[in-house]
Design a protein. Structure first.
Length: 499
């Protein structure tokens, strides 16, 4: 009962504050001082630069704009906590400097209001770098109070729904997204420095291909046609390799109709890059370079701590075949009975591994063993190589072991960060793989690939030997910023509406 009363009282208090702020706005408008008519304010400096180079700025006039985040009014003078787009700095506002009328107006402003200030830089008696205001004006009125200073905005659901408030009151959140931008910029630079071209491919398609995932379905009214939002950029990019664009990449939004957890959001950002005349081992080298350079851009070093574990991104990443990794952990040597489906099924039953309909094969069960026993043990960066052909419908077979493919996935702390192939360029083999995927769809696997006839046609024109790789940008940002939920690195994560 006490909690209910407290909630009611808090709601009543908030409603009163909202009312007071709107009354202040009405008074401003009535006096001809509507803050929302302001169209421009000349900003010449920022808080971070002033605090970083005080000797350069001391005594000089600066012009700043930002938000009031705290204040202490002391009669004829006041101290204001001020936050611009880069950081915080203290303002000293005195009646005799800004004028009696302006000072009286200033005293009625609220925490959260956006203001412009001109003044000179100095240090207070306590040594705090500050701006002594000589002119101050209201640029925009905040009609909703910011979260209380000491408790802030802690509820994660509210933080994700109202990211704008989260960014205002939690400066470390903004730092995450500044780092995200640096990471993406570094990825672009790494590839463009070695001759890659950034391209854009369709988000809407009549076929969802390039990955094993359930798509979102939408409808094109003019064509009266159901279409899919892309689940990967792979097939269009490989068409460009056929066309002679030998090094291409795309950073873009991907949409998959799957569950949500700390590692998955229905829309996310990935990079896929494809290079003619190389293979999956060449893609390993590219992937290592991309991740190392991104770590350096974000943090200034190659070592990160994630979930309490120190990760070394500087030394060469470990490389193991899937069969080797399974043998190391379980003692089961799948290579010793390669392609023996009956023995694989018996082992799966012995280890209580569930077998899906249509996946009673040696290759599928090898992957099931890896998923069940090995994946979570991979702490430091490790490339797991040579996946079975059954789970790699777009990948070239190993010449000496045609039941395996030249594919790797990169794992760090039990999470997959990248997926790469020596791309399948045999159109006849590709068509047969698509047919196998269609069989899986008929058995109820909604994530199996669809048949893309035009892609097979593209391969029939001839695609050179090619390496391709995809990396989840959001997961990479999580790793390099120390955030354990994907929602903390996506500005506007998918949320269920509040009823």
């Amino acid at each position: 009962m006490a909690d209910a009363n407290n909630t009611a009282n808090q709601t009543e208090d908030l409603n009163e504050l909202l009312k007071v702020r709107r009354e202040k706005l009405a008074a401003l408008k009535e006096a001809g001082n509507d803050p929302f008519v302001k169209t421009k304010y000349d900003v010449t400096d920022c808080s971070v630069d002033i605090k970083a180079d005080f000797e350069k700025y001391e005594g000089n006039t600066v012009s700043l704009a930002g938000r009031i985040i705290s204040r202490r009014i002391m009669g004829k003078a006041s101290f204001v906590g001020f936050r611009d787009g880069n950081g915080d700095i203290q303002l000293y506002v005195r009646r005799d400097d800004v004028g009696e009328e302006n000072y009286a107006a200033f005293k009625k402003w609220d925490i959260g209001d956006i203001i412009g200030v001109k003044g000179y830089v100095f240090k207070t008696q306590t040594g705090e770098i500050s701006v002594h205001a000589q002119h101050i004006e209201l640029l925009s009125k905040s009609l909703i109070p910011l979260p209380e200073k000491f408790h802030g905005l802690k509820d994660t659901d509210t933080r994700y729904r109202q990211r704008y408030v989260d960014l205002i009151v939690n400066p470390e959140v903004k730092e995450t997204f500044i780092k995200r931008s640096k990471i993406i910029g570094s990825v672009r630079k790494t590839l463009e420095d070695i001759g890659y071209t950034e391209v854009e491919t369709p988000v809407l398609s009549t076929i969802a291909g390039g990955a094993s995932a359930r798509p979102f379905i939408t409808h094109h009214n003019a064509l009266n046609l159901d279409m899919y939002m892309r689940i990967a950029t792979e097939l269009p990019l490989k068409r460009l390799i056929v066309g002679g664009m030998n090094r291409v990449y795309e950073i873009g939004r991907i949409f998959r109709n799957e569950g949500m957890d700390t590692k998955h959001n229905p829309e996310f950002t990935s990079i896929e890059f494809y290079e003619a005349y190389t293979d999956y081992k060449g893609m390993m080298d590219r992937t290592e370079a991309i991740i190392r350079n991104a770590a350096l851009a974000a943090n200034g070093c190659y070592k990160v701590t994630f979930k309490g574990v120190d990760i070394d991104l500087e030394k060469p990443f470990a490389r193991k075949t899937m069969a080797e990794a399974v043998k190391d952990v379980t003692g089961v040597d799948f290579e010793s009975f390669a392609c023996d489906n009956e023995k694989a099924v018996a082992l799966a039953k012995e280890k209580h591994i569930e077998i899906e309909k249509g996946k009673e094969t040696w290759g599928d069960i090898l992957v099931s063993f890896f998923d069940a026993f090995v994946e979570q043990t991979l702490e430091q960066p490790t490339f797991i190589m040579d996946y079975p052909v059954e789970v790699s419908p777009l990948t070239k077979r190993k010449p000496d072991k045609p039941y395996l493919t030249e594919r790797f996935e990169l794992f760090i702390l039990g999470t997959e960060y990248g997926n790469a192939y020596s791309e399948l360029n045999d159109p006849i083999d590709q068509l047969e793989r698509f047919k196998h995927q269609l069989m899986l769809r008929e058995c109820g696997d909604e994530e199996a690939n669809m048949l893309d006839d035009d892609f097979v046609t593209a391969l029939e024109y001839g695609m050179p030997p090619t390496g391709g790789c995809g990396i989840g940008i959001d997961r990479l940002v999580m790793l390099l910023t120390g955030n354990e939920s994907i929602r903390d690195v996506i500005l506007f994560p998918t949320m269920k509406p509040i009823e």
